[in-house]
Design a protein around this ligand. Structure first.
Ligand SMILES: C[S@@+](CC[C@H](N)C(=O)[O-])C[C@H]1O[C@@H](n2cnc3c(N)ncnc32)[C@H](O)[C@@H]1O
Length: 284
C-alpha cells in the first residue's frame, strides 16, 4: 500500500474521485456476492467493514444495505493506534486520514452514515451481536496479530454462510495477512471460495453453493480469467481481473456542479472616487 498525502474534505463528484484500494475485479465480486445474498435463503444479516480509510469500499458496500439491516464500519481514523507497530503502519500509509473526510465522502453517495466505530478493531466483537453479519470486509491493520484478531472477530460475527473478504492476503509488503488468512484455513475451518490478485473470499459456512454458482457466472464473463486449483484439500477458484469491467459505480446524490457558461466580460463600472480613496486611506 503506497502512502497517500491528501485527505479531501470536499465532497467527491464521482466514485472514481474517492481514494482507496478497491479495484474493478473486487467491485465485481462484492457485487456478485452481495447481490446473490438477495436470493439466498439464509441471506439476511448486517454488513461490516474493518478498515474504511476514505470510504471507497464502504460507499460501495453501503449500496447493498437493505431496510432493517445495519452497516458498521470500524476504523481508527485520526485516533491513536493501540501499539507501536500499528502506529508506524498508520504513520506510513494513512497519516492524513480523518473521520471527517470519510464522512464527507460517504454522505456524497448515501443519505445517512453507517454506524461508525472509531476504535481499534479489537473492540468490534464486543460491540456487535454474534452471528449477525452476512458480509464482512477485513481490511484494517495488515499486521499479523491484528489480522488474526480480526479473523477471530469475523468468525464470531458471521451469520451462517456469511461471506468474508480479506484484503491483501498475498502481497509482499504484508506477509502477516497471508499468514493469518492461511492459518485460519488450517485451524479455524475457514473455507476459501475464490481469490483475486488482491482479496480472498471465504466462509465458515458451506462454500459449495457459492462456488458452483460463481463458476457458472465466471464462464459468462469475457473480461475475467479463471481457473480452479486444489488447495489444502478444497477447490479454490483463481480469478485474474486485469481486464475487468467494473460494475456501475455508486452514484453521487447531487450531480457535480457545472462550470458556469463563459460570458462576455462586462466593462467594469468606474469605482466611485471616494470609495477608492477610502480603500487606500487617502480620503480627503
Ligand atoms: C487499507 S485501508 C482501508 C481501505 C479501504 N477499505 C478501501 O478499500 O479504500 C486500512 C484502514 O485500516 C485502518 N486501521 C489500521 N489499523 C487499525 C486498527 N488497529 N483498528 C482499526 N482500524 C485500523 C486505517 O486507519 C485505514 O483506514
Amino acid at each position: 500500500m503506497s502512502p497517500t498525502t491528501s485527505a479531501p474534505v470536499t465532497a467527491p463528484s464521482h466514485f472514481s474521485d474517492v481514494k482507496g484500494w478497491f479495484w474493478p475485479v473486487d467491485q465485481l465480486l462484492f457485487d456478485w456476492f452481495l447481490t446473490r445474498q438477495d436470493c439466498a435463503p439464509r441471506g439476511t444479516g448486517d454488513l461490516l467493514e474493518l478498515g474504511a480509510y476514505l470510504g471507497k469500499s464502504a460507499i460501495f458496500i453501503g449500496a447493498y444495505q437493505r431496510p432493517g439491516e445495519e452497516f458498521t464500519v470500524c476504523d481508527l481514523f485520526d485516533s491513536p493506534a493501540p501499539d507501536d507497530p500499528n502506529s508506524a503502519e498508520m504513520g506510513r500509509s494513512y497519516a492524513t486520514l480523518t473521520r471527517r473526510a470519510f464522512e464527507a465522502n460517504y454522505l456524497a453517495f448515501h443519505e445517512r452514515l453507517p454506524t461508525v466505530v472509531q476504535a481499534p478493531t479489537s473492540v468490534i466483537a464486543s460491540r456487535l451481536t454474534p452471528g449477525s453479519c452476512r458480509f464482512i470486509h477485513v481490511d484494517a491493520s495488515h499486521l499479523y496479530e491484528h489480522v488474526r484478531g480480526d479473523i477471530e472477530a469475523a468468525k464470531e460475527l458471521s451469520a451462517p454462510d456469511a461471506i468474508v473478504a480479506f484484503d491483501d492476503f498475498r502481497a509482499e509488503h504484508c506477509p502477516g495477512v497471508a499468514a493469518a488468512v492461511w492459518g485460519a484455513v488450517a485451524t479455524t475451518g475457514l473455507k476459501l471460495i475464490c481469490i483475486t490478485g488482491t482479496k480472498a473470499y471465504g466462509t465458515w459456512g458451506d462454500p459449495e453453493p457459492a462456488r458452483a454458482e460463481l463458476l457458472e457466472w465466471l464462464t459468462s464473463r469475457t473480461d475475467l480469467w479463471h481457473g480452479v486449483e486444489e488447495v489444502a484439500g478444497a477447490p479454490l477458484i483463481r480469478i485474474s481481473g486485469k481486464k475487468a469491467q467494473a460494475p456501475t459505480p455508486p452514484q453521487p446524490l447531487r450531480p457535480a456542479a457545472k462550470d458556469p457558461e463563459p460570458t462576455e466580460p462586462a466593462d467594469p463600472a468606474p469605482a466611485p472616487r471616494n470609495l477608492l480613496s477610502r480603500a487606500f486611506g487617502r480620503g480627503r
